[in-house]
Write a protein that binds this ligand. Structure first.
Ligand SMILES: CC(C)(COP(=O)(O)OP(=O)(O)OC[C@H]1O[C@@H](n2cnc3c(N)ncnc32)[C@H](O)[C@@H]1OP(=O)(O)O)[C@@H](O)C(=O)NCCC(=O)NCCS
Length: 281
């Protein structure tokens, strides 16, 4: 069991450090690995309530490896600390499987009260060199913390956080407020379809000024269309006979495909003509 764990840890180093060349090199030259192996012993002693011995072993480990892991910290499988020096992991920290820490990382507390006061890292989290994660925060699965960031709030899964205080710079899912559809969206989409406007890849969290202007024009057209229908109804109810021959513009998707194909053909023809002209010179 112990040896299987060691083999698994060494294999995970190959995956995450291109500098690792062979088994013996990794076994003997990675203080982060030595610290984790010693921690497994000290954690067991801690659970057996041999608290002083556990802490003493972790102190000895710190002398040799430069990595300070409190014996109470709970650490998952295939944890890798690259370079090691200066890493501090507090007593109530919890680390999931496949996490990676670089040198100088602190998983620290901000309170002097006992109880949960250190972060929890879900599976697959990467914490860059020098980053500090402070307090009983939850860092979501596969989140990436940029080097030298200071994280003081929970981090959702899959995002990248950088800076002081840490802020999300990549991978965030748009909020429910952004993705929520309104009646106005449905009306806009219906009229856009009617006039053949397709604002592909444009969303509320990725606004395009041209698409937004066209969207406003579509709203205006929708409003005018409704008014015309109301006026026609009113006039007809008074005995008039209007709107029966108002042409309807209902374009099908195939119409646009055909129009696009014709436009592409004419562009090709122009290009071909120019190429021929250059060839003749
Ligand atoms: C954060 C990190 C994981 C990259 O994540 P990513 O999702 O690939 O993010 P990107 O590289 O696309 O960067 C996103 C933005 O954050 C910025 N950024 C990246 N890392 C940053 C950092 N540590 N501090 C401040 N800004 C940072 C980038 O410049 C980019 O900004 P831009 O959008 O304005 O151009 C990586 O930069 C990092 O810090 N890794 C730790 C590596 C490490 O510690 N190595 C030590 C080896 S000894």
């Amino acid at each position: 069991m112990l040896f299987r764990g060691i083999r698994e840890d060494i294999a995970s180093v190959y995956q995450r450090d291109p500098a690792a060349r062979h088994f013996f090199e990794v076994l003997t030259n990675y203080p982060g690995l030595h610290a984790i192996w010693i921690h497994r012993i000290s954690h067991r002693l801690w659970r057996w309530r041999l608290r002083w011995l556990a802490r003493w072993i972790s102190t000895i480990s710190r002398w040799f490896t430069g990595v300070e892991i409190h014996p109470g910290a709970k650490i998952g499988r295939r944890f890798f600390i690259d370079h090691g020096m200066g890493v501090v992991i507090g007593e109530t920290a919890e680390i999931g499987d496949d996490c990676t820490l670089y040198h100088g990382v602190t998983l620290g507390g901000t309170s002097w009260k006992s109880g949960k006061r250190h972060p929890t890292l879900a599976n697959g989290v990467v914490v860059g060199a020098g980053a500090k994660i402070l307090g009983p925060l939850l860092i979501g699965e596969n989140a990436r913390i940029g080097s030298n960031s200071v994280v003081v709030r929970d981090v959702p899964e899959g995002v990248t956080v950088v800076g002081i205080p840490g802020r999300i710079v990549a991978g965030a899912k748009p909020s429910a407020e952004i993705t929520a559809r309104t009646e106005k969206d449905d009306a806009r989409e219906a009229i856009a379809k009617k006039y053949g406007f397709d604002a592909y890849a444009v969303s509320k969290d990725n606004p395009d000024p041209v698409a937004m202007s066209i969207g406003r024009m579509l709203d205006h057209m929708h409003m005018l269309d409704n008014r015309v229908v109301e006026m026609c109804k009113a006039i007809n109810s008074m005995g008039g006979n209007v709107c029966s021959d108002v042409p309807k513009i209902e374009l099908e998707h195939e119409d646009f495909v055909q129009a696009e194909q014709e436009a592409a053909k004419s562009r090709n023809d122009v290009n071909q003509e120019q190429t021929n002209k250059v060839g003749k010179r």
